[in-house]
Structure formats: structure tokens, C-alpha cells
Design a protein around this ligand. Structure first.
Ligand code: ASP
Ligand code: MG
Length: 404
């Protein structure tokens, strides 16, 4: 008997009919003799609607209250799924994150899982129950409800798979797997039958929406295979795992893009020790996550410092940075909120020259200006104008021959 953790995303449980569809799929897995733990997201756009509602009531909702509110979205879907299974004659029980033993730190809206005590889940499984866990949430030592950040149900699922020693974590969603690029932008994009953790982590971090990066990271850390597949058909999906064969690791695997990029440049910064710390420490304290950071080589002990944040964090970041820029004698502080980024990703580019040149050449062909460039061992990212991102994805998909 295998233990399988399945996760169903918000669009897969969007209405009563879809919840019944999920119940049938869960039941099939149970009928094959498996123990099944299911993690669900909130129905459809519930989380967005709850956030909107909160802001209609209070422009600055208390973060503890907000997390408590958002956690209810997943409670709704997990109870309904349990009822759907019971209606089909299966024994099922729904558990909130707290009931499932998921302990987190107290950083509201982006809490991290600290530990899982799977005792209750195990007990229910032993009784023969299908266990349905509300995704995206946990509880602090003080018994306050927290949420794990948008898209966090993936992380709940992989974390449970780790803690229960599950054979596989299956992520069911409204797409058929991981593609070489977003198929809505590139119709010729190919589904990848398998992909390694590190490539998937870069894809997810740099914009592929199909999985939460933290979930991929956890999977890699504990070597849990993760299947990403459709909840609407039986097409095989993409397996994310550690044993991807050498032959498929030989080139660019995919193009990721992200339209949510804003840039701040502190112009004319005196180049002396401690300046970067004096800018980034307060940003960290304000809980603003910084993505790309670029500092120019200085001329006459003066340099420019550029970094990017999510568009939603631009205002807050500017409020933090402006007074600091003044106090350290920088010339000015400018921002641009109309950017996006496009990345090529693949372990094949490790130690192989020519990928950057090919990428920049392809962008030139389309007259796309590159604002910033960053790289890792297996990724090259260009920050460009937001409204050129789709063109960039298409031209890069072609340039790296990903059509198959
Ligand atoms: N419902 C939450 C969100 O929309 C968590 C999730 O779907 O994973 O972000
Ligand atoms: Mg969702």
C-alpha cells in the first residue's frame, strides 16, 4: 500500500461539479489500494475576493486578521471535498492546517513551515479515512493562524509528502504539466515529460506559474518526486525529480517570463563600505523582497545601484529608499514600473559558451532593448520593457529550437 499526497488547485475545485470531479479522481486513487492525503486550494478566485473584501472594509487590514480570513478559503474547499467523497460512499475527513499539525513561524502572509506533527493525519489514515487538508496555512506556537504566501498550497502538499514519507506528491492543476514556455504565448510550446529540480526551481522562480518555488525547493531538499498534471484529463503530466537522464540535460529546457517587475535606481551613490547594507537592511526589515540587484563599477567613487521588486511593492520600497538615498548623499532615486523579465533556463548551459550571445542576438533581431541582465549557472535573465515580453518569449523559443 502506497501513501500518495495529491493537491488540487483553485481552478480544479472552482464549483460543485469540479469538486465532484476531484472526488472521483481521489476515490480512484483510493480504490487502487493507496492511502490518500489530499491538499486543496481555495475555490476559484476566493482568495482574491477575500482580499478585496478586506480592503473594502479597512485600507490597512491587520495582518493577523487577514491571514485568519484567507485561511477560510481553503477550509471551504476541504470540507466540501470531504462531503463529496462521503456522498460517494468513501470515508473522508477534512482538517485545517492547524489540525493537520502544520506549525509555522509568525510571519503573517508569508509564513514558513517550521515543523509538521503528522500524528492526527496518520491516525485518520489508519482508520481508513481519506484525509483532506486545507492548503496554504498553518499555526504558530501561540495558536494564531498563518498563511504561507500566494500559491502556498503547493508547499503544504510537498511538506506533507515529506513528513509522511509519501511515495509521490501529485500536483493537479488546470494545465497538463510543465511546458517549454507558456502555451498561451507560444502555441508550439512542448510539454516536458520530466525535469530536474534545479531547472524547475529556476523556471518557477522566474515566472512559470505552474508551481510554487518553495514547494520545488522542498521537493529537492528531501528528494520527493513531484508530478504536475491536469485534473481534467489523464494525460501523463511532468515528473519533477532528481534522476533526469543526462541526454535530456543538454540544452535550454524552457523559457520563463514574468510581467511583474519594477525597478528602482539610486543614482550617484558614494562608493564606500556599508552603503549597500544601509539601503538593503531597511528594505529587508520592511519585508520587501528584492529580486535582481545590480551595482555598476564606480567612476570617481560614485556609482549607481539598481534593484527590482514586485510592482505591488514599489511604492513601499520607494518610501523606504528615498530618505536613505538622501541621507547617504545619493543624487536621486528613480523608478520604472513598466518592466518584465524573460529567462532562458537549462543545466545544459553550464560551462558551455554561446548561450548568452545567442539570447542577446535573438532579442536584437526583434529590436528589444535589454535593461538589466542577470545570470546563474543555469539561467540567463533579461529585464526588458513589459510590453515586449511576449515577443521575447516567442523569439527565444524559436532561437533555442524548443518547438521539438
Ligand atoms: N488560495 C491561495 C492563493 O490563491 C493559495 C493557493 O491557491 O495555493 O494564493
Ligand atoms: Mg489559488
Amino acid at each position: 500500500m502506497a501513501l500518495i499526497v495529491q493537491k488540487y488547485g483553485g481552478s480544479s475545485v472552482g464549483d460543485a461539479g469540479k469538486i465532484k470531479n476531484v472526488a472521483r479522481r481521489v476515490a480512484q486513487t483510493k480504490d487502487k489500494g493507496n492511502q490518500v492525503v489530499v491538499v486543496v486550494s481555495a475555490m476559484g478566485d476566493t482568495t482574491d475576493e477575500l482580499i478585496k473584501l478586506a480592503y473594502q472594509i479597512n485600507e490597512r487590514p491587520d495582518e493577523r486578521e487577514l491571514d485568519m480570513l484567507l485561511s477560510t478559503g481553503e477550509i471551504i474547499s476541504c470540507t466540501l471535498l470531504a462531503m463529496a467523497l462521503e456522498a460517494m460512499g468513501y470515508e473522508a475527513i477534512s482538517l485545517s492546517g492547524a489540525q493537520a499539525g502544520i506549525k509555522t513561524d509568525a510571519v503573517y502572509s508569508r509564513a514558513r513551515i517550521q515543523s509538521i506533527d503528522p500524528e492526527r493525519i496518520t491516525r485518520e489514515l489508519e482508520k481508513g479515512n481519506i484525509v483532506i487538508v486545507a492548503g496554504f496555512q498553518g499555526i504558530t506556537d501561540d495558536m494564531d493562524v498563518t498563511t504561507l504566501g500566494r500559491g502556498g498550497s503547493d508547499t503544504t502538499a510537498v511538506a506533507l509528502a515529506v513528513s509522511l514519507g509519501a511515495e509521490v506528491c501529485q500536483i493537479y492543476t488546470d494545465v497538463e504539466g510543465v511546458f517549454t514556455a507558456d502555451p498561451r504565448i507560444v502555441p508550439e510550446a512542448q510539454k516536458l515529460p520530466e525535469i530536474g529540480y534545479e531547472e524547475m526551481l529556476e523556471l518557477a522562480t522566474y515566472g512559470a506559474k505552474v508551481m510554487h518555488p518553495r514547494a520545488v525547493e522542498l521537493g529537492e531538499l528531501f528528494n520527493v518526486p513531484i508530478l504536475v498534471a491536469s485534473s481534467f484529463n489523464d494525460s501523463p503530466g511532468t515528473l519533477i525529480h532528481g534522476g533526469v537522464a543526462m541526454e535530456v540535460r543538454n540544452k535550454v529546457r524552457g523559457i520563463a517570463h514574468d510581467l511583474d517587475v519594477a525597478k528602482i535606481t539610486v543614482v550617484g551613490v558614494p562608493d564606500r563600505p556599508g552603503i549597500a547594507a544601509s539601503i538593503f537592511e531597511p528594505l529587508a526589515k520592511a519585508n520587501i523582497s528584492i529580486d535582481t540587484i545590480v551595482q555598476n563599477a564606480s567612476v570617481n567613487k560614485i556609482t549607481d545601484l539598481t534593484f527590482t521588486v514586485a510592482k505591488s511593492q514599489l511604492k513601499k520600497a520607494m518610501e523606504v529608499v528615498k530618505p536613505i538615498a538622501e541621507s547617504i548623499g545619493a543624487r536621486e532615486c528613480v523608478s520604472d514600473s513598466t518592466l518584465g523579465k524573460v529567462s532562458i533556463i537549462g543545466t545544459g548551459m553550464q560551462n558551455t559558451p554561446g548561450y548568452a550571445a545567442r539570447m542577446f542576438g535573438a532579442l536584437r533581431e526583434k529590436g528589444i532593448n535589454i535593461e538589466l541582465i542577470t545570470t546563474s549557472e543555469i539561467r540567463i535573465t533579461c529585464i526588458i520593457e513589459e510590453d515586449r515580453v511576449k515577443d521575447a518569449v516567442r523569439v527565444l523559443h524559436r532561437a533555442f529550437e524548443l518547438e521539438g
